[in-house]
Design a protein around this ligand. Structure first.
Ligand code: MLT
Length: 326
């Protein structure tokens, strides 16, 4: 009797495991979706589209990019947290969506650690403070003095509360003593358009989308907000060099919903490693000022620890800034 029951249990377990194994072996057998949690035309979108194109070639299946903006990247990330964990829906997260918003929001929309399966960290991206081109200032010191004198009348734009562009300006404003009003957008793509149109005064944008606008003279750069200068804009000093100690940056990483099968995570991770090794991907990202991370930082295990340490790292400056979202 006992033997028969055991046999039944074993066969049931095998019957359940075999399709999962088979589906991991066949994965991917249909197109995948990469959710970009910001509007089109911004840095996450630009990097995501480059990665999606090559990832599709590596996997032999199309990777469809879907922009789901709002809530500082929270809406798109939440969509993926609630998607089936079958490896077909991933989100391109940032320091904002998977670290900073966990402290900034009184009630975060999701748990950045518990609701996702980390797959791979892809790139580090410096942030640059850019201003509308007719703001009457010529350099960093001028900008700080002018903004101090006119803070009540000025605004800064961002990709939404809890996004990297928001928190970069929050920590900068707090370090420089600038109480300026925040204007949130669904991504820095639309925020940059309004900066060019002179409807907002400044934006802490990722170098990847700020650089072409700086090079074309559409906006003026004031400082790099990472500690060190970026080789993509070598003549631009950092805020820290100018005497305002700030370290703001972003990164991009791929996450699946929680409980994604390990075999699928490993397959997707290997394909992402191949993608990021591709010379044309590296060249295009380097031209944009994004820095592809070293292979030892591309493992799922590294990303899990990194997200945890980034949440902790950003908690103190966010609390110190006094900014919180209900
Ligand atoms: C941000 O965190 O500010 C985003 O990366 C902006 C964007 O991609 O539009």
């Amino acid at each position: 009797m006992f033997r028969a029951a055991l046999k039944l249990l074993v066969s049931a377990a095998i019957a359940l495991a075999v399709p999962a194994l088979a589906s991991a072996q066949e994965y991917p057998s249909r197109p995948l979706t990469m959710v970009i949690p910001f509007a089109a035309g911004g840095p996450t979108d630009v990097l995501g589209r480059i990665v999606a194109q090559r990832l599709g070639e590596v996997l032999g299946q199309q990777v469809v990019v879907e922009n789901v903006g709002g809530a500082g990247g929270g809406n798109g990330s939440l969509r993926v947290a609630n998607a089936p964990a079958d490896g077909y829906t991933m989100v391109l997260g940032t320091v904002g969506t998977h670290a900073q918003n966990q402290t900034l929001y009184k009630r975060p929309l999701y748990n950045a650690e518990g609701d996702f399966t980390p797959v791979a960290l892809l790139a580090d991206v410096p942030i640059v403070l850019v201003i509308r081109k007719d703001l009457p200032v010529k350099d960093f010191k001028d900008f700080v003095a002018y903004t101090k004198a006119n803070a009540g009348k000025m605004t800064f734009a961002s990709a939404g509360a809890g996004s990297a562009s928001h928190l970069a300006c929050v920590v900068f404003n707090s370090a420089a003593g600038l109480p300026v009003t925040h204007v949130p957008y669904r991504g820095t793509g639309p925020a940059m358009q309004d900066l060019q149109g002179g409807r907002v005064d400044y934006l802490c944008d990722m170098i990847s989308t700020a650089k072409p606008q700086i090079d074309g003279g559409a906006v003026k750069p004031i400082a790099i907000l990472t500690k060190d200068r970026s080789p993509a804009l070598p003549n631009l000093s950092s805020a820290t060099e100018e005497g305002t100690k700030v370290e703001a940056y972003t990164w991009n990483a791929i996450f699946l919903p929680k409980n994604a099968p390990k075999a699928i995570v490993d397959k997707l991770n290997a394909a992402l490693v191949d993608t990021m090794k591709t010379p044309w991907v590296q060249e295009r990202l380097a031209a944009l000022g994004a820095v592809v991370v070293s292979p030892d930082r591309m493992t799922p295990e590294y990303l899990a620890k990194f997200v945890n340490s980034e949440i902790e790292k950003w908690a103190a400056p966010i609390k110190a800034s006094g900014v919180q979202v209900e």
